[in-house]
Design a protein around this ligand. Structure first.
Ligand SMILES: [Zn+2]
Length: 214
């Protein structure tokens, strides 16, 4: 199985898994954030349209995102397979993806939902700190600085971004859950969804995903 969508909340390690799985399948990985940045930096027609919404603080409409993904999928090399990370996010995007694939690369083989308990996600995400000077990232549990509150490299204090405070993290996870539940149901109904336990080492989680796709 080589036509794959990965779903998972912030903090489950989806980006890491998406690129690892794509590499082992020998296909390309499309991270929606990277695709956006690419269109913006190349100032494509779709990129400029997206920018006009972003610059006034509005959400980019589905049709623009769908346009970018459609272009990417219709490149010849994607007919062998692909891994999508961060798309689709809505039912409208999922239906658009189905339509693009019917006339192009062929329908999805599997949707993998990487699941990690909320309590662990809060611990993973709210432990993130960065250096005030050199921006080096730390994690209070998995990669703490040698001296408390101090960057190992430049000795400047480390701090937590507002986004990573536990209240902000809880809010982000709630928003994710609200957005994603309909999508999970959509793919369950289509018989495409498999849940994979995202707790544990990166390599072990990847092995579980590969087992599903074998
Ligand atoms: Zn530093």
């Amino acid at each position: 199985m080589k036509k794959v969508v990965l779903l998972g909340a912030p903090g489950v390690g989806k980006g890491t898994q998406a690129s690892g799985v794509a590499k082992s399948l020998g296909v390309n990985c499309m991270a929606s954030g990277d695709l956006f940045r690419d269109h913006l930096s190349r100032e494509t027609e779709l990129g400029s349209k997206a920018k006009s919404y972003m610059s006034v603080g509005e959400l980019v409409p589905d049709e623009i995102t769908i346009g970018m993904v459609t272009q990417w999928l219709n490149k010849g090399e994607q007919t062998n397979g692909f891994v999508l990370d961060g798309f689709p996010r809505t039912i409208a995007q999922a239906k658009a993806l189905d339509n693009v694939l019917i006339i192009g690369a062929g329908s999805l083989d599997r949707v993998i939902h990487i699941v990690v308990p909320v309590s662990e996600l809060i611990e993973r995400l709210s432990g993130r700190y960065i250096c005030t000077k050199c921006q080096k990232p730390y994690h209070l549990v998995s990669s703490p600085p040698l001296i408390e509150n101090q960057c190992d490299d430049c000795k400047a204090p480390i701090y937590q971004r507002d986004d990573d405070s536990s209240d902000a993290v809880k809010k982000r996870l709630e928003v994710y859950e609200e957005q994603t539940t309909p999508l999970v149901e959509y793919y369950l109904g289509a018989g495409l969804l498999t849940e994979v336990d995202g707790v544990g080492e990166i390599d072990d989680v990847r092995a579980s995903i590969q087992e599903v796709l074998a």
